[in-house]
Design a protein around this ligand. Structure first.
Ligand code: USQ
Length: 398
């Protein structure tokens, strides 16, 4: 199948290009290298070195036996986007080309406005470009579990049956996102649903949980094919940060009481799920939602699992509780469904500790890179727009 990846140089995109190519799909993709610039802007680096795009493309051609069809450009440049899709004529489009960080979107007015414009207008451009150049293609759109927020009831996959004043309907489940970034995904959801209904496009909206992991097997040992792995307060997600903190002996930074519950999944499961969605396309005009995560944990449970993995490879890890820089509930009900992908064959890897042990082995050779940036590990971006470093409340040792 011909698959186009928007955001092919990123954490998920670079991995997916390889996962799909290894399965015989023909992959093309675009990127404007924003992720590299954002991480630099927040004063950090990827823990695993990221090679230049030319070095990546050379390694890709050597490993997979054919060059990757790549063009440098942005979804905000409509002529570029529509021209590329018209040339490549994808059967599937995976949209990973958005600014993915909640804290980055909360820095100040400019970062909030940039995030909303880049994500919402970029996605709108993609819908228009599909409508005008490849209306039969299937859009696999990366949403987020964070669209739903943390309601005090179970979370279905996108839609639920409602009875109100004696009448019933099947309606979108309420979205209660908790950052200007997460809200962009809600706006995308509405635009995508509307485009399917109005133009007959087909789309799978992926409500993905928090992803972690340093590798997929397809990458082998060539460092040029390796994934990036961020650990700063904006682009490092919880487990990735905890793993990097572990290898330099920094206590694991749990925000608040650590009772925040989220769905998590390893990078390799994210690849498996996205591929299942690509290979099982919906009908023309159909808009469907998959909740995509392996298992739900509290942040504190995750820190304990990372601590256990660390102990098993001979490293001590303390857990530190900091005052929460985010405005979010840290004790709440959380019970989302995730049946659609299971029904299509998703087999969860289901072992956080084993995956974290692989991460620690991958990260240990690069501990100096992380050590150089240890001053940025404690967060200071607050949800009220102020900058104040979180205070340490308490520490628990191994
Ligand atoms: N957290 C800590 N300590 C840390 C980092 C995070 O306690 O050092 C807590 C946060 O307060 C939050 C939870 O861990 O309650 C998850 O935070 P995160 O930074 O790992 O993830 P989040 O901001 O929710 O965003 C990430 C990705 C985003 C994706 C989302 C899926 O950056 O692109 O949409 O995960 S979800 O969380 O399901 O909405």
């Amino acid at each position: 199948m011909r698959v186009f990846i928007a955001g092919i140089d990123g954490y998920l995109g670079w991995s997916l290009a390889q996962y799909l190519s290894a399965r015989g799909h023909e992959v093309a993709g675009a990127d404007t290298f924003f992720r590299r610039a954002w991480v630099e802007e927040v004063g950090s680096v990827s823990a695993l070195p990221v090679y230049s795009i030319d070095e990546r493309l050379n390694a890709f051609a050597e490993r997979y036996g054919k060059p990757l069809n790549f063009r440098s450009g942005s979804l905000m440049d409509y002529e570029f986007l529509a021209g590329y899709l018209a040339d490549f004529q994808p059967e599937s489009i995976v949209h990973l080309g958005e600014m993915p960080s909640a804290p980055y979107s909360m820095i100040d007015q400019q970062h909030a406005a940039f995030t909303q414009q880049n994500n919402v207008v970029g996605s709108l451009n993609l819908l228009w470009a599909m409508h005008e150049t490849c209306p039969d293609a299937h859009l696999v759109k990366l949403g987020t579990m964070g669209e739903y927020g943390t309601p005090n009831v179970d979370i279905p996959e996108g839609f639920f049956e409602v009875e109100f004043r004696g009448r019933k309907d099947y309606m979108p489940f309420p979205r209660q996102a908790n950052s200007f970034y997460h809200l962009t995904k809600v706006h995308d959801t509405n635009n995508t649903m509307f485009a399917c209904k109005t133009w007959g496009l087909r789309s799978t909206d992926i409500m993905q949980g928090v992803v972690f992991g340093t590798r997929i097997d397809e990458m082998g040992d060539d460092p040029r094919l390796c994934s990036r792995l961020d650990f700063d307060q904006c682009f490092g997600t919880a487990i990735n940060r905890f793993a990097c903190q572990t290898v330099i002996g920094h206590p694991l930074t749990v925000y608040g009481k650590g009772g925040q519950t989220r769905g998590f999944l390893p990078l390799r499961d994210s690849m498996q799920c996205l591929t299942i969605a690509i290979e099982h396309e919906p009908q023309a005009g159909e808009y469907r939602v998959f909740n995509q995560f392996e298992e739900c944990y509290t942040v504190e449970e995750l820190a304990q699992k990372v601590q256990q993995a660390a102990n098993e490879v001979g490293i001590d890890a303390d857990i530190a509780y900091y005052d929460n820089p985010r405005t979010e509930r840290d004790t709440h009900y959380y019970n989302p469904d995730r049946q659609h992908l299971i029904d299509l064959g998703y087999v969860p890897t289901h072992n956080v500790v084993a995956e974290v042990k692989i991460m620690l082995q991958d990260l240990l050779p690069h501990r100096e890179r992380i050590m150089e940036k240890r001053d940025i590990l404690v967060p200071d971006i607050r949800w009220n727009g102020a900058r104040r470093r979180s205070e340490l409340i308490t520490v628990t040792s191994t």
